[in-house]
Write a protein that binds this ligand. Structure first.
Ligand SMILES: *Cc1c(COP(=O)(O)O)cnc(C)c1O
Ligand SMILES: [Zn+2]
Length: 425
């Protein structure tokens, strides 16, 4: 790991060697989030867009020289990353834009963006010789960890709020994780998992605590730039709960800018649910930089369970992502999030869970407010597959007035129904 120059505390700026610290700055406890720093000069000698073009590994591991793992670390067998980037002219036109792409991370092996981080977690846990890996999660990080762990026979213990959508819990159980359904919120599950991991000495994957999760998540930005021929987009929209994804998105673009592979970091827009808008409130109140730590937790409530976070664990990195890139935090109502599910599905063929569709709802709002212009190249990230939360998808289509047509098992009745369908058109 000679390409990693250290892990820097985002509060005091102290630089640690990877073997000196496990997760956070010892002097700053849970808030002392670390950022992995690299020797870009050394990496440049080994790695270039040209060497990548010859790389036949189409997964996040094609970017191994930019990841905090040893050169000989064994990647888990599930294929994580290299998800499709679809250009969607119809969606673009509907918003008065010209060039819009959807990065579909609903296509990951466990059907959410979280696989990018959990793949790193599994490798780092093996490196640490951990018997058990643990995480708290609103559902997707858990499913991702459970799936990646199953692929390498790594035991895992998962803490999820009892309100987690059944599809996500089903994934955990099928993958063989030990599932603790916490009678409480994600915040409660997080605190409990932190205590238990410390008590039992489990490897801790928790978001906004384990510094390597950002490093897995940043691979999405590498892929976006490579898929766009190393022409960075102008703006990227992604939903924000704990803030780890947007922090990772920022890190990925910043890495490429430091290497000189792209000429600028896109403006990053963090989309939050109105009922879980900690970051948006903090940003609007001017609590930028470390001042974001001054804001007390809020009570979070939204249909988009994956972005329901009363105290975003990665708030320092999330705030930096938006402020340093010149973007914004945008809030959207649950109604707007639900309406975005069929709009995105019909306009692009991408079926998203509420938190995934929120990025599209945020873009629609930004376009209406003139935050983006028609000449710009824009990417929205779908962070989770629509099949993750069928109840919300059904609510969404019902609210949009979309319904199936009951029919008797005979052609005459089909003809009756088709007449009325054609009449509606
Ligand atoms: C986790 C998650 C998010 C938000 O990521 P954070 O790092 O918590 O901000 C968004 N969408 C989906 C589908 C997720 O699973
Ligand atoms: Zn510190």
């Amino acid at each position: 790991m000679d390409h990693v120059s250290g892990l820097r505390c985002l509060i005091c700026g102290k630089l640690y060697q990877p073997d000196e610290v496990a997760y956070v700055c010892p002097e700053h406890g849970r808030e002392g989030i670390l950022d992995v720093e690299y020797d870009y000069g050394l990496i440049s000698l080994r790695f270039s867009p040209q060497s990548l073009a010859a790389q036949r590994d189409h997964s996040i591991w094609r970017y191994r020289p930019l990841l905090p793992v040893a050169a000989d670390a064994v990647a888990p067998p599930l294929t994580v990353g290299w998800t499709p980037l679809y250009e969607t002219p119809r969606l673009a036109a509907a918003l008065g834009l010209h060039r819009l792409w959807v990065k579909d991370d609903g296509r990951q092996p466990t059907a959410s963006f979280k696989d990018r981080a959990s793949a790193l977690a599994v490798v780092k846990a093996r490196e640490a010789g951990a018997a058990i890996v643990a995480t708290a999660s609103t559902g997707n990080a858990a499913a991702a960890l459970a799936g990646l762990c199953a692929s390498v026979q790594q035991p895992t213990v998962i803490f999820v709020p009892e309100s987690a959508p059944p599809a996500k819990v089903a994934q955990l159980l099928a993958y063989g994780a030990t599932v603790l359904l916490v009678a409480g919120s994600y915040g409660d599950a997080f605190d409990l998992c932190m205590q238990a991991a410390e008590h039992y000495g489990w490897y801790n994957r928790n978001t906004g605590f384990n510094p390597y999760m950002t490093e897995g998540k940043k691979t999405v930005s590498y892929e976006i730039c490579e898929q766009l021929g190393w022409q960075a987009p102008d703006a990227v929209f992604v939903s924000v709960g704990d803030g780890c994804i947007i922090g990772g998105v920022h890190k990925g673009f910043a890495d490429l800018a430091a290497l000189g592979w792209i000429d600028r970091v896109p403006r990053l827009y963090g989309v939050q649910a109105a009922g879980s808008n900690f970051m948006a409130e903090a940003w609007q109140a001017g609590l930028h930089g470390l001042r974001v730590l001054e804001k007390p937790p809020i009570a979070a409530r939204t249909v988009a369970d994956s972005i329901s976070a009363g105290l975003p664990r990665d708030r320092i990195k999330a705030m930096a992502a938006v402020v340093e890139s010149g973007g914004a935090f945008i809030t959207v109502s649950d109604e707007e999030i639900l309406a975005a599910i069929p709009a995105l599905a019909r306009g692009s063929g991408v079926f998203a869970e509420p938190a995934g569709a929120a990025s599209y709802a945020g873009l629609a709002k930004a376009a209406a407010q003139g935050l983006v212009s028609p000449a710009e190249r824009i990417v929205i990230i779908n962070t989770g597959n629509g099949l993750k939360d069928i109840k919300s998808a059904m609510t969404a289509v019902q609210q949009a007035g979309i319904h199936p047509h009951p029919v008797a098992p005979d052609l005459a009745d089909v003809q009756r129904v088709m007449k009325s369908v054609n009449g509606e058109r």
